[in-house]
Design a protein around this ligand. Structure first.
Ligand code: C5P
Length: 219
């Protein structure tokens, strides 16, 4: 039996590919709920960022102890809103590292389960079209060159251009790790529309996505 496609939007891609920026714009345009799933891994990373032992066993022990709640687009750790603390490069690196661990992915799936059952949602991440929202009506996969993505990150984090090479290297490493891991690797769903955002402005990407959604809305 073919499962009914839900009116959901799945947006996947590597770091700096533009998925969160576009997801937020789409959410306000369509009036959908949006959540950036990377923030769950970033919150786990925040819990363990001072640990020297990042083994699956220790990460599991630490994460298990801290209650995590998602309220709208905010992450509440131990009763405190930590959403603004999640964009640091160190947190990105640890998030990527631990995101390949079995318990971390299990806990993430549990946290995202209730949200993923809703209609009219936009989720962005790495495994949304493939694992979290396999029946989403609209799936997009963004790609862009590592150099362009690094420049976007520099601007976002307000860092000087002397950091460019370091950020390019970090992005390439994250891509490689996210793509190669055995559980839920970064890859486009078979029915995803692939968009190279390297040479496009935010408005151009947004228009392309909206055009595609509108063209398939009634299918
Ligand atoms: O998207 P963002 O850069 O915030 O994600 C941080 C890290 O979390 C990624 O590098 C990736 O390893 C992990 N992630 C994931 N699956 C998702 C979202 C993020 O593995 N759905």
């Amino acid at each position: 039996m073919v499962k009914k496609q839900l009116l959901q939007i799945a947006l996947d891609g590597g770091a700096g590919s533009g998925k969160t920026t576009i997801a937020k714009k789409l959410a306000s345009y369509y009036g959908f709920y949006h959540f950036s799933t990377g923030n769950i891994f970033r919150s786990f990373a925040l819990i363990v960022h001072n640990e020297t032992d990042l083994s699956p066993k220790n990460v599991k022990k630490k994460i298990k102890k801290i209650p995590l709640k998602i309220i709208k687009d905010k992450i509440i750790l131990n009763g405190k809103d930590v959403t603004d603390l999640l964009s640091e490069p160190k947190i990105s690196k640890i998030a990527s590292l631990i995101s390949a661990q079995k318990y971390v992915r299990k806990k993430y799936r549990k946290l995202i389960k209730k949200i993923s059952k809703q209609e009219k949602i936009i989720l962005d991440g790495r495994d949304i079209g493939t694992v979290v929202l396999p029946h989403a009506k609209h799936k997009f996969f963004f790609i862009a060159s590592p150099e362009i993505r690094a420049k976007r990150r520099l601007a976002q984090l307000k860092l000087s251009s002397s950091n460019l090479k370091k950020i390019v290297d970090a992005i390439k490493k994250r891509d490689a790790d996210d793509t190669k891991r055995s559980i839920s690797p970064l890859k486009p769903a078979k029915d995803a529309v692939i968009i190279d955002t390297s040479k496009l402005t935010i408005t151009q990407v947004f228009n392309r996505v909206v055009k595609n959604i509108n063209a398939h809305k009634n299918n």
